[in-house]
Design a binder for this molecule. Structure first.
Ligand SMILES: C[S@@+](CC[C@H](N)C(=O)[O-])C[C@H]1O[C@@H](n2cnc3c(N)ncnc32)[C@H](O)[C@@H]1O
Length: 369
């Protein structure tokens, strides 16, 4: 079967079914992820002009690497599966593009060769590939994680094992996943004296995707570790607070409602998960060859304005808790702003928002919404 995406045409298996069975993997639903990758790579190359060598470390059909090659990157497409490698070769050829194709274990390749940008897009968790990626990549590591249940705390023990952090299943579960992943990436990079700066991160349907810029010094690694800390959460009234540092200082009782049903999550990445200027630059790189252009544009618009508070609220969840009907979001957020609190919508969902205000302050400020 032939698929056209972003100005290239690739062959993918008829029975492509998200990696189940023997077929080479291809998931059409990930087009948004790939469109955003191409735009982010363009924006990144404008910012870091020397960036030239891109590794699609788990290439499958090669569609991502082929699109990068079509965009002028010196691309290497690698996969451990010989059928995938054959398909990558055919797909580069079909588009009359140069590019290196190698059948290689991604870890071995990343340890042996240095790339400016490395893309890790595995089945499930990226953890088995993180050490090699951070040990050797020069500028940017792009990571997809599809194991959202462990990341969000829905599969608690699996999350603890994989990410060496305590994830908690809260009303901001997708953001919990983002911050558990970023924490694990920052700690892994720090082992190689590299500091990470997340310049773009999104949680979309069943995956988290992040773009981590690297600075290679012990002090940069320390600065990234300084962005880690814990979130303390009340399961009854949804109060939450956070503090920075690697040693947790849990709250025994909720300072707002007195409940003892409190949770501690961490170490989480509490710093910014995106750079608003970079997000705006990525938006400028979208073009109409991208099938998901308008969706990506909407996502980037929301992300650009998203506050850096480490957790978000869901208006419907709060209103349910308070026994109120949920008013229109604009009115609700307007009342919160009128009461003096900064607010933003978030990309985590249409009824989600961020604010530094506490649950009680939100409740008071929106009483008449
Ligand atoms: C989710 S797919 C990649 C999808 C692809 N990047 C895309 O955008 O369509 C994961 C790929 O990783 C490959 N893979 C699994 N383990 C690997 C390893 N250790 N080294 C290299 N590739 C590996 C699989 O063969 C599979 O093709």
């Amino acid at each position: 079967m032939r698929v056209s995406e972003g100005g290239v045409e690739v062959e993918v298996p008829e029975q492509a079914d998200e990696g189940i069975g023997d077929e080479v993997f291809f998931n059409p639903v990930q087009e948004l992820n790939r469109d955003l990758t191409v735009a982010a790579l363009r924006a990144y190359r404008d910012r870091e002009e020397r960036a030239e060598y891109y590794l699609d470390a788990m290439a499958a059909s090669g569609i991502r690497g082929v699109r990068a090659a079509a965009d002028g990157w010196n691309a290497t497409l690698a996969d451990i599966d010989p059928d995938a490698v054959e398909l990558c070769e055919r797909n580069l050829e079909r588009n009359d593009l140069d590019g290196e194709v190698v059948q290689r274990d991604a870890n071995a390749l990343m340890h042996e060769e240095v790339f400016d940008v490395v893309d890790i897009d595995p089945f499930g968790t990226p953890i088995p590939f993180a050490d090699a990626a951070f040990a050797n990549t020069r500028d940017l590591v792009c990571v997809t994680a599809t194991d959202t249940a462990p990341l969000c705390g829905a599969h608690f023990h699996s999350g603890v094992r994989k990410y060496s952090a305590v994830p908690r299943n809260t009303d901001y579960h997708a953001e919990m996943g983002v911050r558990v992943l970023l924490s694990a990436m920052a700690r892994t990079a720090a082992r190689y004296d590299a500091g990470v700066t997340p310049i773009l991160t999104h949680a979309t349907s069943h995956y988290v995707r992040t773009y981590l810029e690297l600075d290679h010094s012990a002090s940069d690694a320390n600065a990234a570790i300084d962005e880690l800390g814990h979130v303390y959460h009340c399961e009854d009234c949804l109060y939450r607070e956070h503090d920075f540092g690697l040693v947790a200082d849990p709250i025994e009782t909720c300072p707002e409602c007195g409940s003892e049903r409190t949770l501690t999550a961490g170490p989480l990445w509490l710093g910014p998960a995106h750079d608003a200027d970079f997000v705006a630059a990525v938006r400028e790189e979208l073009d109409d060859s991208m099938g998901t252009e308008s969706k990506v544009e909407r996502l980037l618009d929301t992300l650009e304005g998203e506050l850096h508070e480490p957790t978000h609220y869901d208006q419907h969840r709060l209103c349910k808790e308070w026994g109120r009907a949920a008013p229109a979001m604009d009115e609700f957020l307007g009342d919160l702003r009128d009461a003096g609190y900064e607010t933003s919508r978030t990309h985590y969902g249409g009824t989600t928002f961020k604010t530094p205000a506490t649950v009680e302050a939100i409740r008071e400020a929106t009483r008449d919404s």
